[in-house]
Every structure is written in structure tokens, then in C-alpha cells.
Design a protein around this ligand. Structure first.
Ligand SMILES: O=C(O)C(=O)C[C@]1(C(=O)O)C=C[C@@H](O)C=C1
Length: 286
């Protein structure tokens, strides 16, 4: 039976691009879900076998809703990661007389896409009202369905191929080297192509009132020369000043020295939860 994979819909999101690229060599039924949390929940409830969610963007940083749901609400392993180049475009409904930029009253998109284009919006559309949607493609769909309104969407280069839209301005993100990392999550293992880059992500909980705990944790990695690529603190939601640390490590969990580092950290009284050990890819267009 064909395996099912959930992505943030509707069709035409960056998440769908990432999902199709990550699973290019396998046959899947790709299913759109209305929100990132719905994607994760569908995987956790076994409605689908796998899901793809955005986790971090170069300009805007961590996608907190995705990371927090994976930390607090479910226990699903990360199976793979893809960094997808992101370019944002200003899209308007197709009409006989093209909509002037100065006439745009409302601009719709996913909060992360809006945040990647703050400078453009402030300079070119200072009076437009911002309306957040669950995804870029949702914004594109809504704008295309209301050609009578003076609305624009921030969306992907593929959106005008799916919805009756035209480009009002291309490449509007504030920084050119824009990437979003996506995680593939699932309830069963998946054979993915070998990657030169393997990563492990852990969630670290520390004992309370332990001066220098983070310093000692980092020392356990440092003296073993284990490379870390990200440390993010997220609230435990149990009280102000109480945090988890999400740490991305640039090697696989069973590689030499990493189990020793975990044992040393646990001996300090910290808890280590492994969120996944997985291949990491950078998207390359064919
Ligand atoms: O709206 C989309 O197209 C998504 O896939 C979501 C998302 C995100 O959550 O960061 C993905 C990539 C871009 O950074 C902007 C939006």
C-alpha cells in the first residue's frame, strides 16, 4: 500500500516542495493539512506514516509552533532534514487592469513569510494591513479567489502555476541567502539516500539552580571535539525562567564519543531526550 505523507497545505507551499524533494525517490501519497500542528498530529495519530514540517529559517529563526509541538505534545523521531532555498514573491489576482502596488490595501501570508519581507513591506506597502494565514499557499489561494479586492499575497514562485495569480514583484525577501530547514518526521523508519552530513538533535533538561550547568554540558562536547550547529532554549511551560535546550549535533548518535558525551551530561543530573539522528540535505535543483 502507498505510504502517506502529510504536509502544510494547500498545494503550493514551501513545505510541499520540501516534502516532494525529501521523498523524491519513494512513492507517497502527499496529503495537505491546514496547519503545522495538524501535520504533526496526523503523524502522531497514525493517519499518515510521515510528515514534513518547517523548523528554522535563515532570517526569522525557529518555527516555534513546530518545535514546541514536537517537544511537548508528541514523541516522534526526526528521520531527515532538508534545507530549501526560499524566495518570496508579491502575488496579485489576475485581472484585466493590473493592480498598482500603491493600491494594495491588504497583504496576506504566513507569519514567517511576512517576517522575511519586513523591509520590503515597510518601503513599498507602508499602509497595507497585514493578515496572517496558515501558509503562503493559503494566502495565494485566498487572494486568487477575490480578484475584486485590493489584496496581495506573499508566496512562492510556483503559486501562480496553481492559482490564477500574477507576480507584482519578484524576490522580495530582505536577505538573499534565505533558507528554511524542514524536518521529516514519522512513526516508522524510512530509507533515505546517504548524505555526507549526519545530525543528531537532543532535548536537554537541566537540574534547577545548578550554577555553570550549561558550561559543563558544553564542555562534554567541546573536549571531544563534537561540533554543535545550534542551541535553542525553549520554555518548559512550567514557570518563568525554566527552559529546555534543543541542541543540534553534527554527527550520528552511534558515532564514537557521542554516547560518552551523553553519559557525562546525564551524570551531571541532566536529562537527554534524543529527538532523532538523521541525514541532512541541502536542496539542489535538477
Ligand atoms: O507557508 C509555507 O509555504 C510553508 O511551508 C511555511 C513556512 C514556515 O513556516 O516557515 C515555510 C517556509 C518559509 O520560511 C515560510 C513559511
Amino acid at each position: 500500500m502507498e505510504k502517506k505523507l502529510a504536509f502544510l497545505g494547500p498545494h503550493g507551499t514551501f513545505s510541499e516542495e520540501a516534502a516532494r524533494a525529501l521523498t523524491a525517490e519513494q512513492r507517497f501519497q502527499h496529503l495537505p493539512y491546514p496547519s503545522i500542528i495538524d501535520v504533526i498530529t496526523a503523524v502522531a495519530n497514525h493517519e499518515v506514516n510521515y510528515g514534513v514540517v518547517p523548523i528554522e529559517n535563515t532570517i526569522e529563526g525557529t518555527v516555534n509552533s513546530a518545535l514546541d509541538w514536537l517537544i511537548h505534545e508528541v514523541d516522534l523521531p526526526i528521520l531527515g532534514e532538508l534545507a530549501l532555498p526560499i524566495s518570496q514573491h508579491l502575488l496579485v489576482a489576475r485581472r484585466e487592469v493590473p493592480l498598482e502596488l500603491s493600491a494594495i490595501e491588504r497583504i496576506l501570508s504566513h507569519p514567517h513569510a511576512i517576517a522575511q519581507c519586513h523591509n520590503f513591506i515597510r518601503e513599498q506597502l507602508p499602509n497595507a494591513v497585514i493578515e496572517y494565514t496558515n501558509s503562503t499557499a493559503k494566502a495565494a489561494q485566498i487572494v486568487s479567489e477575490h480578484p475584486e479586492e485590493l489584496w496581495a499575497a506573499i508566496g512562492t514562485r510556483l503559486n501562480p502555476e496553481i492559482y490564477p495569480l500574477s507576480f507584482a514583484w519578484q524576490e522580495i525577501q530582505d536577505y538573499s541567502n534565505n533558507y528554511t530547514r524542514f524536518w521529516l518526521i514519522g512513526t516508522e523508519p524510512l530509507v533515505l539516500p546517504v548524505s555526507p552530513k549526519e545530525k543528531t538533535t537532543i532535548l536537554l533538561s537541566m537540574p534547577e539552580d545548578f550554577p555553570g550547568a550549561l558550561y559543563q554540558v558544553l564542555a562534554a562536547f567541546a573536549w571531544r571535539k563534537i561540533n554543535l550547529s545550534k542551541i535553542e532554549s525553549r520554555p518548559t511551560k512550567k514557570g518563568l525562567g525554566s527552559y529546555y535546550f534543543v541542541i543540534d549535533i553534527e554527527q550520528k548518535v552511534d558515532e564514537i564519543l557521542l554516547p560518552g558525551a551523553f553519559a557525562e551530561i546525564e551524570a551531571l543530573g541532566c536529562q537527554v531526550r534524543q529527538l532523532g539522528t538523521y541525514p541532512s540535505y541541502i536542496y539542489k535543483a535538477n
